[in-house]
Design a protein around this ligand. Structure first.
Ligand SMILES: [Zn+2]
Length: 277
C-alpha cells in the first residue's frame, strides 16, 4: 500500500484530488487530518481508467478503490510496526485482510441524472470462476452492459466484504456442502450459527451519497431488503429495477429460496430450471 511506503505520494494524490475522504453522508472531509474517531469515514482513490472486456462486452469504466479509514489505519499501524522489525514480506498478508470496496463508473454515471446503480456483493465462485450455483456472474456482467447502454450511465459498487451475504468465503464453502445435503441457502447459514444476511450497507450508502448525492437513482436489484437498508441510511429516492438473469437448472433451488425469503422473483423467472429438473 502506497500510504505507508511513501507518504509523499499520498500528499500528491490528495493535492490532485485523486484521494479524498468522505463521511457517512458522503460529504468530503479532510484526508490530511486524522480520521474522526468513532465515525464512519471512507477513503476514495481514483478515478482510474479501466478498459473492461468481459465476454462480448467491451467498455471504458472509471474505477474508484475505497476503504474505511479505520481499516486502513489498522493496517498502516501494523505495517509500520512490521517495517521497523524487518517484516516487509508480511505487508501483502496485511493488505489482503483489508476490505477494499470498488466503484466502477460507466458512461455518464457521475452526472447525477437518475443513473443505474448496482450494489454488487463480491462472489468469487460466481464473478470469477463462472459458477452457476448462483446468478452473480451474469448479474455483474449484465449490470455493466445495461449501464453502458443507458443514456444516463451507471455506477457499480463492488462490495468486497460481502462474500456469501457477509459470512465470508470459508463459511460459504461450508454452506454449499450443507446445501448439497438438503438444506436451503438460509437454513445452511443458520446451521452454522450465522445470520441469513449479515451484509452491512453503510459503506455503500456513504459512497452513493458522495457519487449521486440526494438525486434519485435506479437500483438494479430483486431484493427489497437492500432498498430498505439503503433507505435507512438516508437514500430516499430509489426506483427498483428488476435484474433477473443467469437463471439455470443449477441455481433454481437457490433462487426459489431467495424468492421465498422476499426477493422479487416469479415462477416464470424460475421456470427454466424447473422444466429441466
Ligand atoms: Zn454468487
Amino acid at each position: 500500500m502506497f500510504t505507508y511506503l511513501n507518504p509523499t505520494i499520498r500528499q500528491r494524490l490528495i493535492a490532485n484530488g485523486q484521494l479524498v475522504r468522505i463521511d457517512a453522508q458522503g460529504r468530503t472531509i479532510s484526508a490530511e487530518l486524522p480520521a474522526p474517531e468513532g465515525e464512519l469515514s471512507i477513503n476514495v482513490l481514483g478515478p482510474i481508467p479501466l478498459p473492461i472486456k468481459l465476454g462480448g462486452l467491451e467498455i471504458q469504466a472509471r474505477w474508484y478503490a475505497t476503504v474505511r479509514s479505520t481499516e486502513l489505519a489498522k493496517v498502516e499501524g501494523l505495517a509500520s510496526e512490521l517495517s521497523r522489525h524487518g517484516g516487509q514480506r508480511l505487508f501483502s498478508m496485511l493488505a489482503s485482510s483489508m476490505a477494499v470496496n470498488s466503484v466502477l463508473v460507466v458512461g455518464d454515471g457521475e452526472a447525477r441524472r437518475n443513473p443505474l446503480v448496482r450494489v454488487h456483493s463480491s462472489c468469487l465462485t460466481g464473478d470469477v470462476f463462472g459458477s452457476q450455483r448462483c446468478e452473480c456472474g451474469p448479474q455483474f456482467v449484465s449490470a455493466l452492459d445495461r449501464m453502458h447502454r443507458d443514456p444516463d450511465g451507471g455506477l457499480l459498487i463492488y462490495m468486497s466484504g460481502h462474500e456469501g451475504r457477509g459470512i465470508g468465503l470459508w463459511a460459504k464453502a461450508a454452506t454449499y456442502l450443507l446445501q448439497d445435503a438438503g438444506e436451503n441457502t438460509y437454513e445452511a447459514n443458520r446451521s452454522l450459527g450465522l445470520p441469513d444476511d449479515s451484509r452491512d450497507f453503510s459503506d455503500a450508502a456513504a459512497l452513493l451519497h458522495y457519487f449521486v448525492g440526494s438525486e434519485p437513482f435506479r437500483l438494479l436489484t430483486n431484493n427489497p431488503k437492500k432498498i430498505a437498508d439503503l433507505n435507512a441510511f438516508g437514500l430516499k429516492h430509489i426506483s427498483p429495477v428488476r435484474h433477473v438473469t443467469g437463471i439455470s437448472p443449477w441455481n433454481t433451488r437457490y433462487l426459489a429460496a431467495k424468492r421465498d425469503w422476499g426477493h422479487a422473483l416469479s415462477d416464470v423467472d424460475l421456470d427454466v430450471g424447473q422444466t429441466q429438473e
